[in-house]
Design a protein around this ligand. Structure first.
Ligand SMILES: NC(=O)c1ccc[n+]([C@@H]2O[C@H](COP(=O)([O-])OP(=O)(O)OC[C@H]3O[C@@H](n4cnc5c(N)ncnc54)[C@H](O)[C@@H]3O)[C@@H](O)[C@H]2O)c1
Ligand SMILES: O=CCS(=O)(=O)O
Length: 455
């Protein structure tokens, strides 16, 4: 039997089965990528930029094929998959633009005694070879957020996607080669965890650029030793609704940022905090909108909620919903399952200590929590090991600024949800949500080092 079977999360059909890359494959790939550094050194920034522009165009040309692969392997609805390719196009374009703008700075030595007459020129240089490890849920755009900036900076890349995403990863890498990346600059492998760990610890790998869960991040950090780590991890992101907030806009944000991708998004609106003055009105509108969503076959254009990635994921979310109900939560809608599909579910009066809200829940479920004061909601939001992004609906900018200063997150979106993301904005969190920043310009710096010339 093969090492891994790719099953369609909706139909359960076998898509492909394959054997993992071996430790020897890892050694061969890294040796090739070490050679590829000389090729990168000889490739000027404008050529790297033009390659990324060609890749962006290829992403658009192959959009339907890429989107269909994402839907087939992840169960993401075809409309969400198309949006992912549009986002990946922006990421590739931003990488191309930033490749031409990796500017350093010049320093004069006369800022401090003793009197000297030196000029310092500080430039950004590539770290070398980057191991890029990606999660299942955005197999193209998250990969682009690693490959694009790493390549723009002049690095070579060992790309390790999730095994479920083998086919979309193969097509992406094929497009990178067609665009102009050499196979000594970009290598795709899907080893098992042990062989991946061998790559993590490899002395010829200078940085690990990882997106995924905390458990894997801890294992990687334990093996990596003395090298750069860029971690984009989990989130338990809040959406806060104030009495002066636009309730319809807040409902739309909750729907789009919690039920799209079946809630399997790091920046999903996983906890909703609604001021008590508008709790009833908001809850009523949210339930009404939720019950109108089409649930089912992710390959149909009008489906809004498809399946979770596999049955174990659906089991876990279903178990947390049932545990919350047993602990006193009230089901306002949903709480229904068919195969790997969980109907979008809204719960009220969820106790603060149940796993559904105390931990990151990757599924289409909204726990509603009423609050009265700003101090109360700040304490509730910050009472989490995660701190990725937050959203607040209010017209009061003084309040928004207060929340920006008091919430332990990497970004606060005003009159939008925590799922806000622009590919060129800095992206990342605090606490267990990660280390470092993505977002193209910031990722380039994370995968580079500053080298100074003095004369
Ligand atoms: N912050 C972000 O940008 C972001 C984006 C998407 C997903 N995520 C997080 O990722 C998680 C869901 O994705 P997932 O289930 O694919 O995550 P995961 O951690 O199970 O796997 C992520 C990747 O790491 C690999 N991996 C797993 N264990 C490893 C180990 N010990 N050593 C090396 N590699 C290992 C997997 O094969 C996969 O390629 C959630 O926690 C979600 O919040 C974060
Ligand atoms: O899972 C989160 C990735 S993104 O959609 O916020 O970029």
């Amino acid at each position: 039997m093969a090492d891994y079977q790719i099953l369609n999360p909706y139909s359960g059909a076998l898509i492909e089965e394959f054997d993992y890359s071996t430790r020897e494959d890892v050694e061969r790939a890294i040796a090739l990528l070490v050679e590829g550094r000389r090729r990168q050194e000889a490739t000027p920034a404008f050529e790297r930029s033009n390659t990324l522009l060609r890749l962006a165009q290829l992403l658009l040309e192959r959009k339907e094929q890429l989107a269909a692969l994402i839907t087939e392997e992840t169960g993401k609805t075809i409309s969400d998959s198309r949006v992912e390719i549009d986002r990946a196009y922006n990421t590739a374009i931003a990488s191309a633009m930033e490749a031409r703008a990796i500017n350093g700075e010049a320093l004069d030595s006369d800022a401090y005694p003793p009197q000297r007459d030196n000029i310092g020129v500080v430039l950004w240089k590539p770290l070398g070879t980057i191991l890029c490890i990606t999660p299942f849920n955005f197999p193209i755009n998250i990969a682009l957020h690693k490959i694009g900036p790493a390549y723009a900076a002049g690095n070579t890349i060992l790309f390790k996607p999730g095994p479920q995403n083998k086919r979309s990863a193969e097509l992406l890498v094929e497009l990178c080669y067609i665009a102009g990346m050499d196979n000594s600059v970009l290598q795709l492998l899907i080893p098992d965890i042990e062989a991946t760990s061998h790559a993590v610890a490899h002395p010829q790998v200078q940085a690990i650029n990882f997106t995924g869960g905390t458990a894997a991040a801890n294992a990687i950090a334990a093996r990596a030793g003395y090298k750069k780590l860029l971690f984009e991890l989990g989130g338990n992101d809040p959406l806060i609704v104030m009495p002066d907030g636009d309730l319809n806009a807040a409902v739309n944000a909750a729907i789009n940022q919690r039920f799209a991708t079946a809630g399997q998004r790091c920046t999903a609106a996983k906890r909703l905090f609604v001021h008590c003055d508008v709790f009833a009105a908001f809850s009523e509108r949210l339930v009404s909108a939720t019950e109108r969503l089409k649930v089912g076959d992710p390959s149909e254009d009008d489906t809004f909620v498809g399946p979770l990635i596999h049955s174990e994921a659906a089991d876990g979310v279903e178990r947390r919903i049932h545990a919350a109900v047993s602990a006193g939560a009230r089901v306002l809608c949903g709480n229904k399952r068919q195969g790997n599909i969980l109907w979008p579910t809204v719960l009220a009066h969820v106790p603060d200590n149940v796993e559904l809200v105390a931990q990151e829940t990757f599924g289409p479920v909204i726990p509603l929590r009423a609050f009265e004061t700003i101090d109360e909601v700040v304490a509730l939001v910050n009472n989490s090991p995660f701190g990725l992004q937050a959203g607040v609906f209010t017209q009061n900018l003084t309040l928004a600024k207060q929340l920006y200063n008091r919430l332990d997150v990497g970004l606060l979106a005003v009159n939008d949800g925590p799922g806000f993301r622009a590919e060129h904005f800095p992206f990342g969190g605090v606490k267990e949500s990660g280390v470092g920043r993505e977002g193209v310009r910031y990722a380039i710096r994370e995968m580079s080092y500053q080298k100074t010339l003095v004369f």
